[in-house]
Design a protein around this ligand. Structure first.
Ligand code: COI
Length: 349
């Protein structure tokens, strides 16, 4: 596949403090841009990362026709670079796009474009557990026209940001009682930009109460726990791990499905089924709720230290042999090419 390449004059990499990175604030030298026009995707371009020009009438600004992905590139001790299950992200961005009436990005534009971008910006991927280059592919409706209908012009863009951890401190959550993230038949399963915007207000209310995230419940009854918006969620009762099944309200997380597979590989008792607020609160009261943790590409595996529902607050015990730590070690081991990859999840660049 042809890719037009325009390289930067001077890298800004020396100005970056890689030991002190807030998530998603610094971007690598280049980005990939591919235009969809006249019914086809044009030749992708790799160009210096920087501001772009859009008409104020671009439909993405008015109707939120925007979907994205989150991926990471990892570097091992030999300076080899790996992606983790990139095929999952490729399929999911097009599944999300289909729901928002957007044209699918061709596989070679996504995969070959991304590989080339990582070759060019490879110095931005730092070695060491916890260091990665966070990759944000996204598609937006760029056509300038404001009738409420799907655009005829789009841009597929990939930007990259060196990353360490997503959450800086301990995470406590509210179980949603009033607001909803998604509903049956809606776009909850899609990585649609608007799903995230819709969470900002209720999450800002949660912040004011000292909680970092909301665990969303089903919109009909607010009784079944679904996902945390930036993470899928796992509950450990005794030695059993439980996570909600995916459906049209819940994002089909790549980290989530990898944990389920790893649980099966290591004979950890895991149930994928509906999990209710009542069940979790009762288990917590009896001391049987051992852990809650979230999973996601950005967050990796993040323990949740406590939760609140109605007027009750619960703290989770400190576990020496926590599943969160176990799965994180296994997952990072595979991602950083330190453990056997028996499911062929790693892709070498
Ligand atoms: C990811 O984990 O990659 C996500 O897309 C979540 C985002 C809110 C950072």
């Amino acid at each position: 596949m042809n890719i037009d390449i325009e390289l930067i004059q001077e890298s800004k990499i020396d100005k970056v403090d890689f030991n002190n990175l807030a998530f998603g604030r610094v971007f690598s030298d280049h980005m990939l841009v591919c235009d969809f026009k006249d019914g086809e995707w044009k030749t992708p371009k790799i160009m210096p990362y920087g501001p772009m020009t859009f008409e104020p009438s671009a439909r993405v600004f008015h109707y939120g026709q925007a979907v994205f992905e989150g991926m990471k590139a990892y570097k091992d001790d030999n300076d080899d670079v790996f992606l983790f299950r990139p095929d999952e992200n490729f399929h999911r961005i097009n599944k999300s796009g289909e729901r928002l009436a957007m044209p699918p990005v061709p596989e070679n534009v996504f995969m070959e474009g991304l590989k080339k971008l990582l070759e060019i910006d490879g110095a931005w991927i730092k070695k060491g557990f916890g260091n990665s280059l966070y990759i944000r592919p996204f598609i937006i409706a760029s056509e300038g026209a404001i009738s409420a209908s799907p655009a005829e012009e789009y841009k597929f863009i990939i930007i990259c940001s060196p990353a360490q951890s997503y959450y800086a401190g301990e995470v406590r959550v509210l179980f949603a009682e009033k607001y909803s993230r998604s509903a049956d038949g809606g776009v909850g399963f899609a990585k649609a930009a608007g799903n995230y915007a819709a969470q900002f207000y209720p999450t800002s209310l949660a912040h004011k109460e000292g909680y970092q995230q909301i665990v969303w419940t089903d919109a009909n009854t607010h009784e079944y726990l679904e996902e945390a918006g930036t993470m899928n969620v796992f509950f450990r009762i005794g030695n059993k791990l439980i996570t909600a099944p995916t459906n049209d309200r819940i994002l089909d997380g790549v980290t989530r499905k990898s944990i389920i597979q790893l649980a099966n590989d290591y004979n950890i008792d895991i149930e994928v089924r509906r999990v209710s607020v009542t069940e979790i609160k009762e288990a917590a009261r009896k001391g049987e709720l051992k852990e809650i943790f979230g999973s996601g590409t950005a967050a990796v595996i993040n323990p949740i230290k406590g939760f609140k529902h109605q007027d009750e607050t619960f703290e989770l015990p400190d576990m020496e042999d926590s599943y969160a730590t176990f799965f994180k070690e296994k997952l990072l081991g595979i991602q950083y090419n330190k453990l056997e990859d028996k499911h062929n999840w790693r892709m070498k660049i």
